[in-house]
Structures are given as C-alpha cells and as structure tokens.
Design a protein around this ligand. Structure first.
Ligand code: FES
Length: 111
C-alpha cells in the first residue's frame, strides 16, 4: 500500500478488514518497517525489527498482548514495546488511530 499522509501526522496503513483479529500487517512509515497487530479488535504498532538481532517481529507468535520474536523467542508487550522476559530490551511502539474503518499509524509513543 502506498503511504498516505494525513494532515495531523498520521499515516494511513490499512483498512480494518485487512488485519483480522490475531493477525499482523507489516507496513512502511517514514521508511521504517512497522508491524501493526490486531489484538481482540485493538490495534498496536511496533517497530518490525527485534532489538536483539533484528528478527521480524511481525512474523512472531502472538499470545494475549505479547509477541514472541521468531528468531530467539524474546517476548515484547505490544502495548509498550518493552520485553516481558527481562534483559532490558525494548522496541519502538507507535500511536495507532482507527477512523472510519481505516488504520493510521502516528508517532513513536513515549515509554
Ligand atoms: S532477533 Fe529477536 S530474539 Fe533474537
């Protein structure tokens, strides 16, 4: 999908039906790969590169609000980007807005 900027700094990345519950879509926003997850109808966006060695988090297993990296299994809370199993790792998490059945990604959220 081509990036479409809105006038408030949000980028349209998908229609809601493109990301069913329990699924993820990897998009590009400002040249960055972002993984957008639908967890029970709520959307979360994190940087798609694991801070350990760059594994594609969008391909990880999701359980509840946690995604496990497919390469070495570090787990991250999709709500914050913080690793759930210690070690101090964290990945960027981004604002998500759903408006009129469309999903928008905004700026990085503060921790
Ligand atoms: S690259 Fe993700 S846990 Fe190693």
């Amino acid at each position: 999908m081509t990036e479409q900027k809105s006038d408030v700094g949000l980028t349209k990345v998908a229609r809601v039906e493109e990301i069913p519950q329990g699924h993820c879509k990897v998009v590009t926003v400002n040249d960055k790969p972002i993984a957008v997850f639908n967890v029970q109808g709520t959307f979360y966006a994190i940087y798609n590169k694991c801070p350990h060695e760059g594994g594609p988090l969008g391909e990880g297993r999701v359980k509840g609000h946690v995604v496990a990296c497919p390469w070495h299994d570090l787990s991250f809370d999709l709500r914050s980007g913080v690793a759930t199993d210690g070690g101090g790792y964290c990945v960027g998490s981004y604002q998500v807005v759903v408006k009129e059945e469309e999903v928008f990604v905004g700026g990085k959220r503060p921790r």
